[in-house]
Structure formats: C-alpha cells, structure tokens
Design a binder for this molecule. Structure first.
Ligand SMILES: Cc1cc2nc3c(=O)[nH]c(=O)nc-3n(C[C@H](O)[C@H](O)[C@H](O)COP(=O)(O)O)c2cc1C
Length: 188
C-alpha cells in the first residue's frame, strides 16, 4: 500500500471488532510513529498503552469521558499520547510538543492501515485523571487518548453512533485553508 492509498483508506471508526492486535504489530507501529520529525529531534512523545484485559487498558478506559467509553468498549487497544513540555537539553518550553505528538500519531495511523488496523483519536478524556492513575510526572502532559483495532460491526454501537459511522466525512476545499499573498486570498 502506498502513502496515498493509506491516506484515502483512513477514517476514524468507533465500531471495533474484539479481535486483539498482536503486540508485535503494535510495537512495530510505535517504532514507525517514532520516525516522525520533531523540533530539535526532541521526540517529545510518550505513549501509555493498554491491551484489553490488562490493568493498563482499564486505567486508560477509566480516564475516558462517558461518550467515548460508550463506543470504545470493544476496542482491543487503548493508548494515551503524552508530551514532555520542555526541551530535554535546556529545559526551555517546547512550543511544538503537541504538534510533534500529532505527527507521530499520524505516522502510526497511516502505517497501521497496511494491517487493516485503524486508530481513532479522542480529546474526550481527563488528562488529570490519567496523571493520577499513571503517576505521570509534572513535566509531562497527556494530550490525546486513542483507540486502535480492526473495524467491527456498526450495529454493536448505540443507534445514534451507528448512524454516524462512515468512512467518508466532509472536508474543506483547499481554497478555504490555503492562502497566497495575503490572508484569506485562496490559492490560485
Ligand atoms: C485530536 C482529536 C480529538 C478527537 N476527539 C474525539 C473524541 O473525543 N471522540 C470521538 O468520537 N472522536 C474524536 N475525534 C475524531 C474526529 O471526530 C474525526 O477525526 C473527524 O470527525 C474526522 O473524521 P475521520 O477521522 O473519520 O476522517 C478526535 C480526533 C482528533 C484528531
């Protein structure tokens, strides 16, 4: 699968099959995510990972908001993406920490599609709860939760979510987000 095919295939399912993802594959995906570029090559990302049935999974699940708990129930893998807020080398704030975490997660997301594995990122979780449950040190911050697994049957979801489940969601035209010469002047 080439990159374009992976990008076109990607979407964020909520219905996951309960088939577990091989730990070896998950580790390979983290390795590929870790190849993302980052400011000063800081690699400010850390991931907490849990496999359904283990303690880590339950702790991540506990930190999710109710809406997300409703559909993540069958996801075989849960993660939390964490950043280190300051540069290791001089302790100055890293303004690009979240940007770089997003890139690593995007790399992982695209690489996963080769195995028909999908990632669904979530802002709906409590970073404070994650800090408390995992004893995350002060200099780090939890940014996003992520569900990962194979696509399942949408009818396992609550009715309203089943209706929303779709590989296609609307996108802005590039003229809405690419400008030339001055602000708001769409690319020609
Ligand atoms: C940072 C981030 C936070 C998100 N938070 C949630 C969330 O809490 N719950 C949820 O169901 N989806 C969440 N999403 C998924 C988005 O709603 C989804 O990516 C968007 O609607 C585009 O759909 P697509 O990914 O299928 O193309 C989040 C996505 C991102 C990148």
């Amino acid at each position: 699968m080439n990159v374009r095919e992976a990008i076109e295939k990607r979407w964020s399912p909520r219905a996951f099959s309960d088939e577990q993802v091989d730990r070896k594959i998950v580790k390979e995906l983290f390795k590929l995510g870790g190849k993302a570029p980052s400011a000063f090559n800081e690699q400010p990302w850390t991931y907490l990972v849990g496999f359904k049935g283990d303690k880590s999974y339950d702790l991540i699940f506990e930190s999710l908001g109710e809406f997300n708990q409703n559909w993540t129930k069958t996801a075989p893998v849960l993660m939390i993406g964490v950043v280190r807020k300051a540069f290791n080398k001089n302790s100055t704030p890293n303004a690009h920490d979240r940007h770089d975490l997003g890139q690593a997660t995007a790399y992982m997301t695209l690489a996963a599609l080769e195995h028909d594995i999908y990632l669904h990122q979530m802002g709906g979780f409590s970073a404070d709860k994650a800090r408390e449950l995992f004893d995350i040190p002060e200099e780090f911050e939890a940014v996003t939760a992520i569900a990962m697994g194979y696509v399942g049957d949408k009818n396992q979801l609550p009715k309203d979510l089943a209706e929303q489940e779709s590989p296609e969601s609307p996108r802005k035209a590039i003229e809405e987000f690419v400008f030339e010469e001055k602000w708001n002047q769409a690319i020609k």
